[in-house]
Design a protein around this ligand. Structure first.
Ligand SMILES: CC(C)(COP(=O)(O)OP(=O)(O)OC[C@H]1O[C@@H](n2cnc3c(N)ncnc32)[C@H](O)[C@@H]1OP(=O)(O)O)[C@@H](O)C(=O)NCCC(=O)NCCS
Length: 420
């Protein structure tokens, strides 16, 4: 429900295909950005190719677009690995002159209804600000660490002798081979979503541009002993000339490996690059083996940790049945959902050797929590105990917290490298 007398003229509805330009211009203005005609054409092309245009809604004041939102259909990888259909919410904006009147709230309600109709059982998004989405039942579920590694005196422990091979390839070769590696990885890693072909075109186009004083991206692909591609790194460099000689900084924009050998080999390659004094890496998973591979682990500093994907469960039983668990067990969980009150209730989760069953129950709850907390816990990267120590999960049966941790935790940190 939109708030206030003058605001009732605002109506939320799907956009017509010829309004895509106005839609993109509105959300650019809301993000304080101007958009060049070239960029506008590129957006339009990608959105037409990915079908987003059919799923875009806008808030209209008369014929003027004053708020925007869209979703993309994704398969989100969940622990197992398994996957569930989700709505990837994007392009959320309200013009500065229309804010704090309930327009986002109304658009979110509409997005959730449409997602349910399409059989999408959860919604996911990246948040521009951490304060916005908790109220709608989203919780941060993947995280992104940034590293800085001084490489001058770093030795990398293993001498990798995996029979594999590294090849420095150009962007055209990368475009042919890298998406397959990355998308295979996305289907294995909880929290990941495979990137659509059109978005790969954009990714490589961007990689071919210089950014913030950094070079275009370089690409190196790892092949296993059977000459199958099983990992890659993309990186940029910034040059500096010191009296002692060149000292570049390398920024790893993506390093993805399908095998442990490829992982070690690719990091070894990056850390041993000549003429480099520092390696930075963005959007890394919260836990990974790199620190353990260095003779001096202190050289790796985590410079920041931010949230990645936020997850909002829409169909709680389907979501809980859709993932796998580390051990068998039964739990009853009372979930409170103020934004979608129909979800509020107690659910019995039974995990047996043949999978999970989840349904509403009249049994007493072992644990009580909000739907946003369940969203954070869902991918297995956050522990029930941690949230309980913050009074965000209530344990009503002794032992239930530990049991929930054992069942839900993922042995590898959920991680998403696909932006949308
Ligand atoms: C974020 C944004 C879409 C919110 O739109 P809006 O129509 O003003 O949101 P609503 O009026 O529905 O807000 C609902 C509630 O959330 C709060 N809220 C929304 N955005 C907020 C923000 N950025 N900071 C603090 N509170 C916010 C409102 O105060 C309101 O609280 P209340 O119900 O207690 O009064 C709008 O501020 C915007 O376009 N920001 C710039 C672009 C952006 O960041 N988009 C999000 C991309 S992920």
């Amino acid at each position: 429900m939109l708030r206030g007398g003058d605001r009732l003229s605002v109506e939320v509805r799907p956009i017509a295909p010829d309004q895509l330009g106005a839609f993109i211009r509105a959300f650019s203005a809301a993000f304080l950005e101007t958009i060049s005609p070239d960029d506008l054409r590129q957006w339009q092309r990608t959105w037409e190719r990915t079908g987003v245009i059919d799923r875009a809604i806008a808030a209209y004041d008369g014929d003027t677009i004053v708020g925007t939102s869209a979703t993309k259909p994704f398969q989100l990888t969940v622990p197992g690995p398994a996957s569930i259909p989700v709505a990837g919410v994007t392009a959320v904006s309200v013009l500065p002159t229309y804010r704090r009147r309930g327009i986002l709230t109304e658009m979110t309600r509409r997005e959730f209804e449409s997602a349910r109709h399409r059989g999408e059982i959860a919604a996911i998004l990246y948040a521009s600000e951490g304060v916005i989405y908790g109220r709608y039942g989203y919780g941060p579920a993947t995280f992104a660490a940034h590293y800085s590694i001084t490489t001058d005196r770093v030795a990398f422990v293993p001498a990798v002798q995996d029979g594999g091979m590294l090849a420095l390839v150009d962007a055209a070769e990368g475009r042919r081979r890298i998406p397959e590696i990355a998308n295979r990885h996305s289907r294995l890693r909880p929290g990941s979503i495979p990137r659509a072909e059109a978005n790969w075109d954009d990714w490589f186009e961007d990689a071919g541009k210089e950014h913030d004083g950094m070079s275009e991206a370089f690409f190196v692909i790892h092949q296993d002993r059977n000459r199958h591609d099983d990992g890659f790194v993309a990186y940029r460099s910034t040059g500096a000339s010191l009296p002692t000689g060149p000292r570049n900084t390398v920024t790893v924009t993506r390093l993805t490996a399908l095998s442990d050998e490829a992982y070690v080999s690719l990091w070894g390659y990056v850390l041993h690059l000549d003429l480099v004094g520092e390696v930075n890496a963005g959007n890394r998973p919260l836990q990974e083996p790199l620190r353990w591979l260095m003779t001096d682990p202190r050289r790796l500093r985590t410079t920041s940790v931010g949230d990645g994907l936020w997850v909002r469960l829409l169909d709680i039983p389907a979501c809980l049945e859709g993932r796998h668990y580390l051990c068998v067990g039964s739990l009853t969980v009372e979930v409170r959902d103020a934004f979608c009150p129909a979800n509020t209730g107690t659910y019995a989760l039974e995990v047996g050797p043949n999978g999970a069953r989840c349904a509403r129950t009249n049994l007493n709850a072992d644990l009580v929590l909000g739907v946003a907390q369940l969203g954070s816990l869902y991918l297995g990267g956050v522990s029930f105990s941690e949230l309980a120590h913050g009074t965000l999960v209530e344990e009503r049966r002794s032992g239930a917290l530990l049991q929930a941790d054992r069942m839900f935790m993922s042995p590898i940190a959920p991680w998403c490298t696909t932006d949308f």
